[in-house]
Design a protein around this ligand. Structure first.
Ligand code: GAP
Length: 532
């Protein structure tokens, strides 16, 4: 991970936000290459979800909505994490992320001052892993009482207790933690010039709710009928207690969410006679009228896995995690998470939840506006149910970078070996698709031809023109940022070595480093076939 973070900074993929002021925890900026990579990922998702399908349409809603949206959705009540603080360092943790620990707890009833000054009767305790001497617990406890105003603490009432699987102590220093308190993750602000309780608003913690709130408007204007979906890509904000693992858990991030509206199973049964059971080997083929929520859920899982594969995340880099009953969100009937094998562990990229009729029913009840549809085919009136594939753009970008990162030993023509760092991005997501290089920068005919090739290609894709340094170094620079193709304009191109290769260039492939001669006129079609 360290190498990846360093490369991202050095080559302009990702920077800490407001770095000149020391940065701000949980916020990141995407530099020139990161911005391109992110845009490619979002464009490919949008294209596969909307333009290549008849049954899904898009939405671009405001980030701030009426605050009642978050009351109806349950976020005001339940979108909270349990938080604990270290009693010694005040460092904050999510209590459900603390790994259970075992060892010997040293309890103290308080401390008196050696010189007869102020003492403390506050109880405190420290957990030591097996084998550590009691003296280390005493040191931590003395520091604790010092911080509470006891100048020269003499510990009182020491007793020890063996414990197993506790999460009540700071894993870094053994200090007791505070009791867990719930902490709502939504960022609050005020709409308008007065900061009063009446105009509190929230930055959306997910893009999904605006889709539910606009369900009726979209249904009425898009001429869709159930089953159909609405997608949105946009910023979401969560005041995470512990942002961590680089951009993986941020406080500001982007989501790509689909809310796919389906008929409730009882309506499917009425219309089709029965609801098809989920086949053991998964769901195959096109959606059918007798699919209930389980088949739709399985269908979307398969669609999403295929999409990840199409941008270079093969199935063996992904894991599936089916949430257990007690882990499911209050609204979910089933949720499967798609995990990517990051260097810091296999972690969630996307969740696919079967949300039932929860969201539309809630908004119907709280707003008093009907969310029902009348289904001509089924001759039924109902509130649609929902399957929700919800992915994080930032996590995807991080997964793409981690997946692409490679180092290999290469030997040059002179027999020298060196380590080549290469980002093996799928050409579809690569931030730069092709590097264009005149062999020499001081030969006007080469430079003019190279600029012609650059101008031809950049109508279709992102091109990087580079004429600085030896050609080998230029290739390496592009390898390091994952540019899949390099085009070199040499003396053959301009006909100086005879007519047979005039109008051709060297096309170099990043992964194999193989080179071939290609006619300039064939380049756009040849490259487009790979990068689109
Ligand atoms: N509408 C459902 C929903 O928001 P979620 O599992 O909380 O579900 C969906 O979030 C996706 O958003 C996650 O799978 C993840 O990719 C991304 N995500 C959530 N919290 C994030 C965070 N703090 N930083 C970066 N991405 C995050």
């Amino acid at each position: 991970m360290e190498k990846i973070v360093s490369l991202c900074k050095r080559r302009g993929f990702i920077f800490p936000s407001s770095e000149i002021y020391g940065g701000i925890n949980g916020f990141w900026d995407y530099g020139p290459l990161g911005a391109e990579l992110k845009r490619n990922a979002k464009d490919l998702w949008w294209k596969s979800m909307t333009r290549l399908r008849d049954d899904i349409v898009g939405l671009d809603a405001s980030i701030i909505t009426h605050p009642t949206v978050w009351k109806a959705s349950g976020h005001l009540e339940t979108f909270a994490d349990p938080m604990v603080d270290c009693l010694l360092t005040r460092k904050r943790f999510r209590s459900d992320q603390i790994d259970p620990q075992s060892g010997l707890v040293h309890h103290y009833t308080g401390a008196r001052d050696e010189a007869g000054g102020k003492g403390s009767t506050e109880a405190y305790s420290v957990l030591l892993p097996p084998g550590k001497p009691s003296e280390s617990a005493r040191k931590v406890a003395i520091e604790y009482y010092r911080q509470r105003g006891v100048e020269n603490p003499v510990l009182e009432g020491e007793r020890t207790e063996k414990v197993e699987g506790t999460t009540r102590y700071n894993p870094e220093n053994g200090s007791l933690l505070t009791e867990p308190r719930m902490f709502n993750l939504m960022f609050k602000s005020h709409a308008g010039p007065v900061e009063s309780d009446e105009n509190v608003v929230y930055l959306r913690p997910e893009t999904a709710q605006a889709i539910f709130v606009q369900f009726k408007n979209i249904l009425e204007t898009s001429r869709q009928k159930v089953p159909f979906g609405i997608v949105q890509i946009g910023k979401a904000f969560r005041n995470e207690i512990n942002p961590r693992n680089y951009t993986f858990r941020s406080r500001e991030f982007e989501q790509m969410e689909l809310e796919y509206f389906i008929k409730p199973d009882e309506v499917v049964e009425k219309q089709a006679g029965s609801v098809t059971a989920l086949p053991e080997d998964g769901v195959k083929g096109e959606p059918q009228a007798d699919w209930g929520w389980q088949l739709w859920h399985a269908y979307w899982l398969e669609e999403r896995l295929k999409w990840y594969e199409s941008i270079g995340l093969s199935r063996d880099t992904l894991d599936l995690y089916w949430q257990k009953k007690d882990e499911l969100a209050h609204y979910a009937k089933a949720t499967v998470d798609i995990l990517f094998q990051f260097p810091f562990g296999s972690q969630e990229l996307e969740g696919i939840a079967a949300r039932g009729g929860f969201d539309l029913t809630q908004h119907q009840e709280v707003s008093g506006k009907s969310m029902e549809v009348f289904d001509q085919e089924a001759q039924a009136r109902y509130v649609p149910h929902v399957i929700e594939p919800s992915a994080g753009v930032d996590r995807l970008v991080l997964a793409l970078i981690c997946n692409a990162y490679d180092e290999e030993e290469v030997t040059d023509e002179k027999g020298n070996t060196e380590v080549r760092t290469v980002l093996r991005f799928h050409p579809r997501v690569a931030p730069v698709k092709v590097g264009v290089f005149p062999l020499l920068r001081n030969k006007p005919a080469l430079v003019a031809k190279a600029k012609e090739v650059r101008d031809l290609l950049r109508q279709h894709m992102n091109v990087f023109y580079d004429d600085a340094g030896a050609i080998g170094r230029r290739y390496r620079r592009q390898d390091e940022v994952g540019t899949p193709f390099g085009v070199t304009i040499d003396f053959d191109t301009i006909g100086e070595n005879g007519p047979e290769n005039e109008g051709t260039v060297t096309l170099r492939h990043r992964d194999s480093m193989k080179q071939e001669r290609v006619a300039i006129a064939d380049l756009p079609a040849l490259l487009l076939a790979q990068v689109q």
